[in-house]
Design a protein around this ligand. Structure first.
Ligand code: NDP
Length: 296
């Protein structure tokens, strides 16, 4: 039987309609949620992401600010801009688009962002709050994956979730979310990475397999369990002369083969992709609610 496709566009539309209602009630109180993005340099992929974030803000009726800084911006200049946004009452949340040019120190930039405005959830205070189960914000991509599971009615309680990858942006926070007590979590979690021995024997035990490696089509059919749910976070551009652009996007999962044996799967593109911006918007709305209503 064909597996069920979990589509980020559908799940995100549901969340956007809830966000529109929350934005409307903030506006009734005279508050328009404001999200800013600082973009340093002219990395083409970053430009696309930043443009999409701005467009989404505007389509939701939020205030959007893009601060463009040249590639040769100094650490001090960037920190001064961060301090300015920390103080700006019309901006409820902001982020510094990564990666930064190599002469800039990402860690100290992230740590200079006010935790109350850190909508990427990269500040150590917010990472810690998430880990102890008292989050202000949730990291966008892992929270997006969790929402896909919850809103698709996939039971996570007691299930074995195997996360492939341990990055600070996806793998580690994904594991941290799924071990929490509560809806959409309560799972038994294993994290595997490049030093893991006999990785296929572990991924084959997964009821829910979340893959975030950046290795095109690494997860083949023999690495997954019959009937599993597979969430493919990977986004890899591979050459394909048959494609009009000469290249196309593929995930970390060999979709054609793996989809033959699983119960549900996310495609690439169209799967997890749309969820990241959606959850960023959710964090920006939450930041505005916290600033307005004072709850934390
Ligand atoms: P990183 O490169 O930071 O991390 C990759 C992880 O995969 C590492 O932990 C690495 O292990 C592990 N890994 C790599 N190769 C192997 C291997 N052969 N066997 C076992 N583990 C391996 O990537 P990210 O987490 O930032 O991103 C992962 C993928 O997700 C990328 O394709 C990225 O483009 C995509 N992505 C998509 C998003 C979306 O919105 N859809 C958002 C963010 C990312 P080790 O730590 O040991 O090196």
């Amino acid at each position: 039987m064909a597996p069920r496709l979990i589509l980020g566009k559908e799940v995100s539309e549901e969340i956007y309609s809830e966000l529109r209602e929350r934005i409307a009630s903030l506006k009734e109180k005279g508050v328009t949620p404001g999200l800013a993005v600082i973009l340093v340099g002219d990395d083409p992929a970053s430009q696309v992401y930043v443009r999409k974030k701005g467009e989404m803000c505007e389509s939701l009726g939020m205030r959007s600010l893009t601060v463009r800084m040249p590639a040769e911006t100094t650490q001090e200049e960037l920190l001064a801009k961060v301090r300015q946004l920390n103080e700006d009452p019309t901006i409820h949340g902001f982020l510094v688009q990564l990666p930064l040019p190599s002469h800039l120190d990402e860690r100290s930039v992230i740590e200079s962002i006010s935790p109350a405005k850190d909508v990427d959830c990269f500040h150590p205070e917010n990472v810690g709050r998430m880990l102890i189960g008292e989050p202000s914000f949730l990291p966008a991509t892992p929270a997006g994956v969790q929402q896909m599971l919850v809103r698709s009615g996939i039971e996570t309680k007691g299930k074995h979730v195997v996360v492939v990858g341990r990055s600070n942006i996806v793998g580690k926070p994904m594991a941290a979310l799924m071990i929490q007590k509560g809806v959409g979590a309560n799972s038994t979690v294993t994290v595997v990475h490049s030093a893991t021995e006999n990785l296929p024997s572990i991924t084959r035990q997964a009821d829910i397999l979340v893959v975030a490696m950046g290795r095109p089509r690494f997860v083949t059919a023999d690495r997954g369990k019959e009937g599993a749910v597979v969430i493919d976070v990977g986004t890899n551009r591979i050459e394909d002369p048959t494609h009009p652009k000469g290249s196309r996007l593929v995930g970390d999962v060999d979709f054609d083969a793996v989809s033959q044996k699983v119960s549900a799967i996310t495609p690439v593109p169209g799967g997890v992709g749309p969820m990241t911006i959606c959850m960023l918007m959710a964090n920006a709305v939450r930041a505005a609610e916290i600033a307005t209503e004072g709850e934390r």
